[in-house]
Design a protein. Structure first.
Length: 173
């Protein structure tokens, strides 16, 4: 199973549109794909779950979506030249053994020009530290707000083709 992670908890975020498109692509390729969203975690997750007892809500997300996945697709928006702090807190709050050996594909999104290239590099360093394998074909998506229509659908065919290319390669990885 593949879990696609929306690495932000911002309300009405556009990152989720890419996550949903990626899920459609994987399903069309015959693969079971779940979505994990940072806004599924409790509001006090950073304080309550990082160093204290694990909440039932966080435990449920981890055991339903992270543990059974042998592969992850992380779609990370650019936050201050990197990836969202809420996702870093999640990485830090989960036992390293749960990440060990998982394979990961990265998609960076930004309203600017670089498609979160720097953030994907930062994230790659952390994932390698956790002994995860990162697929070499990373997809930076720039000017995201111009690629999504008013209904919230990704309409840019070139971006859709890149996501399909990455997904097909990642399934062989």
């Amino acid at each position: 199973m593949i879990t696609i992670i929306c690495a932000t908890h911002r309300p009405q975020n556009q990152t989720l549109r890419i996550v949903e498109k990626y899920q459609q692509i994987l399903v069309a390729l015959g693969v079971e794909a779940n979505i994990m969203r940072m806004d599924e975690l409790p509001e006090n997750f950073i304080v309550a779950d990082s160093f204290g007892e694990r909440s039932a809500e966080t435990e449920k997300v981890i055991h339903e979506k992270l543990v059974p996945a042998d592969k992850l697709v992380i779609v990370a928006p650019e936050y201050n030249g990197s990836y969202p702090g809420v996702f870093k807190a999640f990485l830090d709050g989960v036992k390293p053994a749960m990440w060990l050996g998982k394979k990961v594909a990265l998609v960076g999104v930004a309203s600017g020009r670089a498609g979160n290239l720097r953030g994907m590099d930062h994230l790659t360093d952390v994932l390698h530290h956790l002994r995860m394998e990162v697929f070499s074909l990373k997809v930076p998506i720039s000017r995201l707000d111009m690629l999504i229509n008013e209904e919230g659908e990704l309409t840019d065919t070139e971006t859709q083709q890149m996501l399909k290319l990455q997904a097909k390669g990642f399934l062989k990885f």
